[in-house]
Design a protein around this ligand. Structure first.
Ligand SMILES: CC(C)(COP(=O)(O)OP(=O)(O)OC[C@H]1O[C@@H](n2cnc3c(N)ncnc32)[C@H](O)[C@@H]1O)[C@@H](O)C(=O)NCCC(=O)NCCS
Ligand SMILES: Nc1ncnc2c1ncn2[C@@H]1O[C@H](COP(=O)(O)OP(=O)(O)OP(=O)(O)O)[C@@H](O)[C@H]1O
Length: 205
């Protein structure tokens, strides 16, 4: 069975770039955000539960009304928890199937901004945190999403702080526009390759 790493970090930290680098280096990565959107659109169970909470207007012509979901979800941390409790158990199940299908790889990854908050930390052998200073994250996300600072800050408030994430991370990748990324990703892969026994002894037999 593959070693499972969880790649996390706040909005704009650079998880997508790190995941892309890992994939280029031969580590398949399950992108939880993309998969949760796919499941939200395709799973009748998720649709039904979301409509029970927010009404049928949530799906217009069969398509998820993203602004409606976003305004509820990011409106209050309790709302985010309610939505996550509907979507994330299905994502977890989907990830387990995906990981089994990729069991021949020595290392696989899952990328999620809310890996720890949504309980995916128990699915992985190592948490890798992508870190960037708060202001830089906001600046990047504002530019990328063509969004306002207020909106991005509000989304940050639905996520665990960097300080808390750091406490749980076994490896931190600094993505501050100064520290080169590739050597850090190579170091991670090298460390994992050397420490397979240490990380998950049962998986290396
Ligand atoms: C609410 C939705 C429709 C907003 O879509 P929109 O295109 O406006 O934003 P986008 O998806 O690009 O999200 C921007 C960032 O917000 C953060 N974010 C998204 N969902 C969540 C969440 N449930 N809790 C905390 N932060 C979140 C992530 O850092 C994400 O990259 C969308 O984010 C969604 O469907 N979220 C539920 C799926 C989910 O929980 N994804 C998070 C990772 S598993
Ligand atoms: N080292 C870097 N150099 C230049 N641009 C970067 C760097 N890291 C990230 N960016 C840019 O910052 C933006 C945010 O990065 P990215 O999308 O990888 O963040 P993320 O952690 O996946 O965020 P989210 O949780 O919002 O999905 C992107 O437009 C990306 O191209």
């Amino acid at each position: 069975m593959a070693i499972r790493i969880g790649i996390t970090g706040g909005i704009g930290s650079g998880k997508s770039i790190v995941s892309r680098l890992l994939e280029v280096m031969g580590v398949p990565v399950y992108i939880a955000d993309a998969e949760s959107k796919r499941l939200t659109n395709s799973s009748p169970f998720i649709r039904k539960e979301l409509c029970n909470l927010l009404g049928d207007k949530l799906f217009e012509n069969g398509e998820l009304n993203k602004p409606v979901l976003a305004s509820y979800l990011f409106g209050h941390p309790d709302h985010a928890r309610r939505i996550n409790d509907i979507i994330h158990p299905r994502v977890k199940e989907d990830f387990r199937n995906w990981a089994e299908a990729h069991a021949a790889f020595p290392i696989v990854g899952i990328e999620s901004a809310i890996l720890i908050e949504s309980g995916f930390d128990s699915e992985v052998d190592l948490i890798v945190m992508v870190y960037a200073p708060f202001e830089l994250r906001i600046e990047r996300a504002v530019r990328r999403d063509n969004s306002s600072r207020e909106l991005i800050v509000k989304r940050c408030q639905c996520q665990m702080s960097d300080e808390e994430k750091r406490l749980q991370a076994g490896f931190v990748i600094i993505n501050d526009d100064e520290t080169p990324l590739i050597p850090q990703v190579l170091e991670l892969i090298s460390l994992l390759s050397k420490n397979i026994d240490y990380l998950c002894p049962s998986k290396n037999n």
